[in-house]
Ligand binder design. Sequence first.
Ligand SMILES: C[S@@+](CC[C@H](N)C(=O)[O-])C[C@H]1O[C@@H](n2cnc3c(N)ncnc32)[C@H](O)[C@@H]1O
Length: 385
Amino acid sequence: MSDTTMTSSSSSTPPPAAGEPRAGAPSTPLFAIRPTPFAGRAVFAVQHITASTPLWRATDLSLAVLLREYRREVCAQCFFYDRGRDLPIRSPGTGFAFCTPQCSDEWERGNGEVGTQAWRAVEALVKKRSKEDGEMVELGLPRPGEEEIQEAWESAEARAVLIRAAREAEKPRGEGEEAVRVTKVHRRAVASALQAKISPDVMAFIVSGVVWRHNAASEQWDALLALADDATPYHSADDLAAFTRSYLHLLATLPLPLLPLLNPGTVFTLSSRDSHNSFGIRSLDDEGSEFFGYGCWPSASYFNHSCGPNVEKAREGREWVFRAGRDIAAGEELNITYLSGEERRDSREKRMQTLKRNWGFDCGCHRCREEGGKEEEGTTTTLKT
Ligand SMILES: C[S@@+](CC[C@H](N)C(=O)[O-])C[C@H]1O[C@@H](n2cnc3c(N)ncnc32)[C@H](O)[C@@H]1O
């Protein structure tokens, strides 16, 4: 695979045959994952489940972005939030805050030495620059198509080659090894990447994903690859530009051991899986009105959405727990809701718009079909076994 191939990404194991479980998919005697006619795979009860039964606990957080504006108030490890108060422990090097020394230690352990160094490097460069625009996602702009995405990454990679060569020169040379020749052209490529406009939250997305991949076992990467993907994950041309710019900036900045993983293939794969699978990390009271950021828990990403869900989900620190919201018959599809508390009360039309805008699908759940007066078979189905 070339570094700029956007349609696939290397997996360490061959894809499973039909009917075989997917890497990282949840496995329990209570439910099974099966294909549906119109909504990809979904989760189906394989036995009668009584209300409140715990169904699944997702502990497999992969990449996560804590928006920069919340970094003093939300614990970077367990996402604890004290109604806007600054948290007691602050890591000046990385800019993250923690609720306890244990959370701070766990965060460092999870990121490892190289990961912690990477976050320090990013903080040092973001701190030097005022927060620049480019973080706001303008809605309603056309999304870049596959060709535009491919071209943007190819053009970024042409510059990346020069930056990589300049960074190679930082490596200590062994005896007899020829020194890398860095010319004006290389230095200009590095300087221009460093001067480009910065997008701190996009940078955080890439760093989180690349550090996670660096530390993850190959099965964890396979679990991410197994998720539903989005071939056009960028909201707008500006969003795509923020990604290619941040990629070059990070190439000029991150610790050398991360550079082999920092390539268009990996960065695109992270966006393509994040797009249809991330969960918002929100405040736990007030119906989640504060949006701190988002993260991807591969094992939690097999539940389809319903506007009248039968499964309740709740975040407990860094984990998600799923429980039956009511009695569920064997064969019924298990659905969560992708809508926030407020959005759930919206009209059918508004809910459908929100889901289309944020997730890119036309909701085919029972509630939407009933409210739309449609009789035909929709996308949410019952498993007939
Ligand atoms: C988190 S994934 C859920 C699992 C996914 N169906 C799969 O095959 O991996 C979210 C995607 O599932 C599909 N989906 C989920 N709920 C749906 C619904 N109510 N109607 C139509 N499609 C839905 C959409 O393609 C959406 O982007």
